[in-house]
Design a protein around this ligand. Structure first.
Ligand SMILES: [Zn+2]
Length: 435
């Protein structure tokens, strides 16, 4: 076991880190990430020269006052995979920063830096004796036990299929992610429901290609699809999302959800899990051409969520539709606009589409059939609730309609009544407006 020693110029680095952090605190940014390199060493680790870098991630959990910060650290492999530090992966401190409490923070940060340095060295020592996959047992990305397989759909496209269930089942592995391999790099569609799952996805990708992940297209900002973003963002990928997600990001829902998932998806969603904003949002249609592959992105506005996006990949003729299509479970309707969603599915252009990959459930080689289950559900819920609203039947009565076609599907208990209620309320409000 190597003893902890601080590099000679650490003091200088710590001081500069404090100044940076202090300046950052003065801005009221919701999420602040600053990186302070405190330890660089080139050591032979596997076949790679390792540039171990240490990052401080300062994550403001509650806002605005009193501020509640949590501080974490991680080390990073030169190739982009992440070896989290051992000690700091846990929630090592949680301090209320009130006025003039900065000295406390600075003292704590010093301890943090020393611990990170120690962990880096222990990790390097551990790695040199055991050169397996690079996982540490107590990491900020705790290992997940799910069975994740890349399924090939066409020449360039793959996907991983989440298991049927609600958001907190299966260690959070309930949604799908798409992988498109081009000459220029890998493009992902969605980032799964925890950083640990995203990290496993990255490992799966590296088994089949050496190309870096350069872009992540996010279908929509629901926790089960984007909590893995930080893994790819930290590798340098650009995050692209549809307009509308800013409404989610600015709402209390985003932070409350994160707080809830830290409990309900412990330890995979933990104190180091952070919300990653998109680098770019798109409106309407846009096209990306990378390594000879065309990505047609369509931002569709509020359908299933505050903003949804679909991606068509050519020449592979694969359409990734995110949560506009649910297979094998009850769709989640509450944050969306069921009317527009139903119209989108009805009008969807399926020319040059051989395969549809939904946000949940298996890819389908029968595109028309793939849309029908979600379409039927939306149609049923809207028709039954519309009738109740027209007849001025209270919701409790209205909900007594026949659900047997759906009641055995996963998420029925959790989602169906809320879906029906939100549709009922929106139809009631439409009727008041005279629509
Ligand atoms: Zn969703």
């Amino acid at each position: 076991m190597i003893k902890p020693t601080l590099p000679q110029n650490t003091v200088v680095r710590i001081i500069s880190g404090f100044v940076t952090q202090f300046l950052l605190f003065r801005n009221d940014a919701e999420y602040i990430t600053t990186s302070t390199t405190i330890h660089e060493s080139k050591e032979s680790l596997d076949s790679f020269a390792v540039l171990a870098r240490y990052h401080l991630v300062i994550n403001q959990i509650h806002s605005p006052h009193p501020r509640n910060f949590q501080i974490y650290a991680e080390t990073r492999h030169a190739r982009g995979s992440i070896y989290p530090t051992k000690t700091i992966g846990q929630e090592i401190m949680k301090i209320q920063i009130i006025q003039f409490a900065l000295p406390l923070l600075l003292a704590a940060t010093t301890l943090n830096v020393m611990a990170a340095d120690y962990s880096t060295q222990s990790l390097l020592a551990a790695k040199s004796t055991n050169s397996s996959t690079g996982n540490t047992s107590a990491s900020i990305y705790p290992e997940t036990s799910v069975d994740m397989q890349l399924i090939k759909i066409s020449e360039h496209t793959y996907y991983v299929q989440g298991m049927a269930g609600i958001a907190t089942d299966n260690e959070g592995f309930i949604s799908n992610a798409g992988v498109v391999i081009t000459e220029e790099g890998v493009v992902l569609f969605d980032a799964l429901g925890t950083p640990s799952l995203a990290r496993l996805l990255a490992q799966k990708i590296w088994e089949i290609t050496d190309k870096p992940v350069i872009k992540v297209i996010v279908s929509h900002y629901h926790a089960d699809h984007f909590y893995g973003l930080q893994v790819f963002k930290d590798m340098g990928a650009e995050i692209i999302a549809p307009e509308g997600v800013e409404k989610y990001l600015q709402s209390d829902v985003a932070l409350n959800r994160l707080h809830e998932r830290r409990n309900s998806l412990k330890p995979w969603v933990n104190a180091a899990t952070r919300i990653v904003n998109p680098d770019k949002t798109i409106t309407g249609q846009s096209e990306l051409i990378l390594g000879g592959i065309t990505f047609r992105l369509s931002a569709l506005g509020q359908n299933h969520s505050h903003g949804d996006l679909v991606m068509q990949v050519s020449p592979d003729n694969v359409l990734f539709v995110g949560d506009l299509v649910f297979e094998q479970r009850i769709p989640f309707v509450v944050t969306g606009n069921s009317k527009r969603w139903l119209e989108t599915l009805t009008d969807m252009n399926l020319d040059h589409v051989n395969v549809i990959v939904p946000g949940h459930g298996a890819a389908s080689f029968s595109p028309v059939a793939a849309l029908s289950a979600t379409k039927d559900y939306l149609d049923y819920i809207r028709t039954t609730m519309q009738k109740a609203v027209d007849d001025m039947i209270p919701f409790d009565e209205a909900y007594k309609v026949d659900w047997k076609k759906y009641q055995n599907l996963p998420a029925f208990e959790q989602a169906n009544r809320r879906n029906a209620y939100s549709v009922y309320l929106s139809l009631e409000s439409d009727s008041m407006d005279g629509n």
